[in-house]
Ligand binder design. Structure first.
Ligand SMILES: [Zn+2]
Ligand SMILES: [Zn+2]
Length: 222
């Protein structure tokens, strides 16, 4: 497969000082402009997800106001208002004040180690209850990988329109799954999982992997 459609340069997984990132939203957006990104998603953790510093609707709304202001200041960059939420071991997602629908993009991520059979069963339960956009650093916490689990997850993600993230912070260990997901019809996103501005937009290796394996990249608008 050859990807001919041009996907804007993007980084859809960035933390700011609204959670465990070191930099302000303003500094992240300025950096994104400096390195030539055309789209970013600001995806903080909010209480009670791991890595959250704060939560509550007023915090989320204050970040949103800053994002809206920055959209006018930096009209050449698509800035998505996002969140990264924890996948719980019981197959639920950590809640966010005000719900998931308020965000342009929701990344669901495992932050606990499990084998691929548990991983597949948690994802199956998750997708019965919740809708989200991206499975973050999908094998970052996987302790083992069985192709049959990967095939089941790939089918479910494709069926529920959940994209698979290619993460800089958690390099892919099980490339087989990417092929399964591609063949099942999944889309893919690039995410640096940046916590400091120097890594914003560092997704080139992941972009090259997508090109080499023919993984179609998703582009999201707010
Ligand atoms: Zn994460
Ligand atoms: Zn993250």
């Amino acid at each position: 497969m050859v990807i001919t459609m041009r996907v804007p340069r993007h980084d859809l997984h960035i933390h700011t000082d609204y959670s465990d990132g070191a930099s302000s939203v303003e500094d992240v957006v300025r950096r994104a402009a400096d390195v030539g990104l055309e789209a970013i998603a600001v995806t903080d953790h909010f209480w009670p997800s791991l890595g959250s510093m704060r939560g509550g609707l007023s915090v989320i709304e204050s970040r949103r106001q800053r994002i809206e202001f920055l959209r006018t200041e930096f009209p050449r960059i698509e800035i998505l208002d996002g969140a990264e939420v924890d996948v719980n071991s019981d197959g639920t997602l950590a809640p966010v004040a005000g719900g998931f629908e308020q965000f342009d993009v929701v990344i669901a991520s495992f932050h606990f180690g499990c084998n691929s059979t548990q991983w597949a069963s948690v994802i199956a339960r998750l997708l019965r209850k919740h809708s989200f956009d991206i499975l973050g650093h999908w094998d970052g916490y996987l302790t083992s990988y069985r192709p049959e689990d990967g095939a089941a997850v790939a089918r479910l993600l494709a069926e529920h329109d959940v994209a698979v993230e290619l993460s800089t912070r958690y390099p892919v260990k099980h490339e087989d799954f990417l092929i399964e997901a591609r063949d099942a019809g999944c889309m893919f996103t690039l995410g640096s999982d940046s916590h400091t501005i120097d890594t914003v937009g560092q997704v080139e290796e992941q972009r090259q992997m997508a090109l080499a394996l023919g993984l179609p990249l998703l582009y999201v608008r707010h």
